[in-house]
Structures are given as structure tokens and as C-alpha cells.
Design a protein around this ligand. Structure first.
Ligand code: DUC
Ligand code: ZN
Ligand code: ZN
Length: 468
């Protein structure tokens, strides 16, 4: 292993805990020391590589705990591979993803996990871990959960939506929660009542309501709130913690807030699309709304203020992307004339850190909360802290030199994600990653990708550190 030294001089180091003007010393793949800029200790450091971070922030690399590279869905597959998706993540200042391996119905967790290892190995630009999607909770699968926890796949996603595909009924959910209560795994829940939604889909199509905006109408807020409530009660019965993914609306936030007020270990995640986009986008004419079809769906913009408040009060504690891109041409178009055939998902892995910085500028969250939501808490929640999610002696040198003044316009013409549109096309941004280190190696320099496929390694994770 290389013991090359890098020193990052003159920046404002921001972690979830502190903001300090400090220089950072990196040796090989790790951070070894921080010292006040200009102090004798910092001045004495010598290094092969010196990075000038004057007027910049020095922040931990982003941890995106919810991505779906190459996910097979709706007869097609997400358009970013592990190679293109992790490259885009790096350019956007994210140095760790936790993606979802998928168990198919009738197959074991092992088969699903092996398949996802094969897709990712040797292809990633940054480090990656896996959660496991469970689509078929049998006695054998419950036993496999214990083995996966031992292997560092310590979180499991269940779906109350998508009957016939990923769906688990309440009995299967309860069994998986009981198992996770015993083995330390964390259950992640897609909380929407898919059985009821499918009735509304059928009725909408029969009434001739085929446009993308009906996707938002049938996936009712109440059906997200109801499923969130039910998931919380099942977790209580099982004595298990619960992490609810992609929370989109006020009614679901209220369920989480109530549970947390009772002191339950229930956590919520939201995503930039629910904070910055709305049903106005889903209603865009000429089928353009299909670009914004994801589940849970976008909501009327009144919900955004509720989500921001919940991010401040910690009723929501993580922002990840649910990155699941499908090209407009040839993929989203599968649903022309039938919104239920539009593949569900939005691109965003490249945009999250910058959008949340925009939220700092807009006064929604503080700089430290930005880092907490995007780096530290996801690392803790999924057993990666303090290796990831902070800048401290002993941590991996996953570091972003972030220029908070640089202006640019988000656009599909310039982004690195393998998708033919941007959900944020034309948005004026202030602040972006200038240099990105992944375990001490530059993967982005002057905003340009300089890494390589295969640099990223698989991260076996410990169990959730949510209680810490
Ligand atoms: N939601 C999406 O939008 N895409 C993939 C899976 C999901 O739950
Ligand atoms: Zn989901
Ligand atoms: Zn997802």
C-alpha cells in the first residue's frame, strides 16, 4: 500500500460536529491528522501532494445510502451501470454508495447477492456496499439473513408496494423484522399500500386517465401514511428498529414524528426530488411528466416545507437519492398511453451534494446539518462510521474540496450520469466539488473525472450504529 502523503491546506473543514479552519494530513488511504491552519504543527507537515483549499470547504465524501445501478424494473433496467453511476457520483462529491442487491422470487438471497457482486466488482469508481432487497421471505431466506449480516450486508429492504414483484405481506414483514431484531440487521421499508394502489391504477386506466400525472394521483398520500403506520406497528411488535425510505409527504412524516416522540427507533429518509420537485413536474405536457415518475411519487409543493422542517428536527435524518435512472427515449416512453408502464425512478446521484448545499444557501439547513444528513448519519445508520462520513484521524481519506462560490447550470448536456435528461435541467447552482479524494487517491481534479473503474472496493458493513 502506498504511503504517499497529501496535505490539504487552508480550507474550512466541515463535519457534522464542527467547522474549523484546519489543514488535513493524509497518508496512504487514511486521514492521519488535522491541525489549525498556520499552526506550527501544520506548517511542519511535508507531503508529496499539496492541495490548496483556500476559500473552499473541506468536507467528507458524500454517502448515498440508496442507489439502484442497473436495477431490472418494468421490463427494462436502470440506465446507469456501476461504472457510469459511480463515476457520476464521484464528480458530484459522493464517495460511497450503498446499492440494493435484489432477491428474485423463487431464488435465494445468496443468488441475488452473488449476481450484484458480479455486476459491481472491478467496475466502481468509489467504494460501495450492498443492502439486500427481499422479495420472497421463506424459512430458508430468514436463515440466510443471519449469514448476510455476518458478511457485512446488514440491512434489508422490504416492499409493501409492487404486488407480484417485490411485495411482502404483513406476515412476511413481521417474520423478517423478528429475525432482524435478533441478528442486528436493519429493515428498510418501502411504505406504500400496493394492494390498494393497484385497484386505483386499474380504475384510473379504465376511466381513460393514462397520463403521467395520474401516477401521482393513484399513489395517494394516505396510502403512504397508512403503510408507514403499519410498518411502525409491526416493527414495535417485533421489537425491531425501522428505517423508512423515500418519505415524500406530510402525513407520512407525522407518523414518523409520532413514533419518534414515543422513543421508538424509527428513522426516516427523504430524497432531493421530494424537496425540489413536485406534482407540477409530473403534470408537464407532451409526456414530459414521465421524467418525474418515481415511487413514492412527487407531491404537491406544499409538502416541501414539511420535509425541510422534519430534516431540521430530525424526524427525517438522512437524504439519499434513490438514484434509479431511465432514459426518456426508449425507456420512459414504454409508458406512453399507460402511466403504469412508465419505469419508476429518477436520476440524481451526481446532484445530491450540490442540491443540499443549495438548501444551505436558501436557509433550510445549516452547513453542519448538510454534512450530517448527507455523510455522517447515513454512514452511522449503515455501519460505516467513522471509516466513512467524517474527517478524523483514522478515517478513510474520502474528502471533497468543495468550492461554495462556483456557479454552474445543471444539464443533461454536461452531467456524467448515463441518462438522456436531467430532472433539474436549467437549474442555476452555486457550489460544486472541485477535487475529490477516494481513500487518498484523486478521482476528481478541477471538476474533471480522473479516477478509474475498479478503484472502488466492496465495503462489508457493521450493524447499524443508529443508537450512538
Ligand atoms: N422506486 C422507484 O422510483 N424506483 C425503483 C424502486 C422504487 O421503489
Ligand atoms: Zn422504494
Ligand atoms: Zn429505491
Amino acid at each position: 500500500m502506498s504511503h504517499e502523503r497529501t496535505v490539504i491546506r487552508g480550507g474550512l473543514v466541515i463535519t457534522a460536529a464542527d467547522e474549523v479552519h484546519a489543514d488535513v494530513l493524509v497518508e496512504g488511504e487514511r486521514v492521519v491528522a488535522l491541525a489549525a491552519t498556520g499552526s506550527p504543527a501544520a506548517q511542519a507537515w511535508e507531503a508529496e501532494r499539496v492541495i490548496d483549499a483556500t476559500d473552499c470547504y473541506v468536507i467528507p465524501g458524500g454517502v448515498d445510502a440508496h442507489t439502484h445501478m442497473e436495477l431490472p424494473f418494468g421490463g427494462t433496467a436502470a440506465s446507469d451501470t456501476f461504472e457510469t453511476g459511480t463515476r457520476a457520483a464521484a464528480v458530484g462529491g459522493t464517495t460511497t454508495i450503498v446499492d440494493f442487491a435484489v432477491q428474485s422470487v423463487g431464488h435465494s438471497l445468496r443468488e441475488g447477492l452473488d449476481a450484484w457482486h458480479a455486476k459491481a466488482q472491478g467496475r466502481c469508481a468509489i467504494d460501495y456496499g450492498f443492502h439486500m432487497i427481499m422479495s420472497d421471505v421463506t424459512e430458508h431466506v430468514l436463515k440466510e439473513m443471519d449469514v448476510l449480516v455476518e458478511e457485512g450486508v446488514t440491512s434489508f429492504k422490504l416492499f409493501m408496494a409492487y404486488p407480484g414483484v417485490f411485495y411482502s405481506d404483513d406476515g412476511r414483514i413481521l417474520r423478517a423484522m423478528q429475525r432482524s431484531a435478533a441478528n442486528g440487521g436493519l429493515i428498510m421499508m418501502h411504505a406504500e399500500n400496493g394492494i390498494a394502489i393497484d385497484v386505483l391504477v386499474e380504475q384510473a386506466l379504465a376511466a381513460g386517465h393514462t397520463d403521467p400525472r395520474y401516477h401521482g394521483e393513484v399513489r395517494r398520500e394516505l396510502l403512504e401514511a397508512e403503510a408507514t403506520h403499519r410498518a411502525i406497528q409491526l416493527a414495535r411488535v417485533a421489537g425491531a428498529p425501522l428505517y423508512v425510505v423515500h418519505v415524500s409527504c406530510e402525513q407520512a412524516v407525522n407518523e414518523l414524528a409520532q413514533a419518534r416522540d414515543l422513543g421508538l427507533n424509527v428513522f426516516g429518509e427523504t430524497c432531493p426530488q421530494y424537496l425540489f420537485l413536485s406534482t407540477d413536474n409530473l403534470a408537464e405536457p407532451d409526456f414530459e411528466g414521465a421524467k418525474y415518475v418515481c415511487s413514492t411519487p412527487l407531491r404537491p409543493k406544499e409538502h416541501q416545507a414539511v420535509l425541510w422542517r422534519a430534516l431540521r428536527t430530525n424526524d427525517l435524518s438522512v437524504v439519499s437519492t434513490d438514484h434509479c435512472p431511465f432514459c426518456f427515449v426508449g425507456q420512459k416512453e414504454l409508458g406512453r398511453g399507460d402511466f403504469s408502464k412508465i419505469p419508476n425512478g429518477l436520476p440524481g446521484v451526481e446532484n445530491r451534494m450540490d442540491l443540499l448545499h443549495q438548501a444551505v444557501l436558501d436557509g433550510h439547513i445549516s452547513r453542519r446539518r448538510w454534512i450530517e444528513l448527507a455523510c455522517a448519519t447515513p454512514a452511522r445508520m449503515f455501519g460505516l462510521y467513522p471509516r466513512k462520513g467524517t474527517i478524523a484521524p483514522g478515517s478513510d481519506a474520502d474528502i471533497v474540496i468543495f468550492d461554495p462560490h462556483e456557479r454552474y447550470v445543471m444539464s443533461a448536456a454536461t452531467h456524467h450520469m448515463n441518462v438522456d435528461y436531467s430532472a433539474y435541467e436549467g437549474r442555476q447552482m452555486t457550489g460544486r466539488a472541485r477535487t475529490v479524494l477516494s481513500r487518498g487517491t484523486p478521482v476528481v481534479d478541477a471538476g474533471r473525472y480522473v479516477g478509474h473503474a475498479g478503484h472502488g472496493t466492496f465495503l462489508p458493513r457493521s450493524t447499524s450504529q443508529y443508537l450512538i
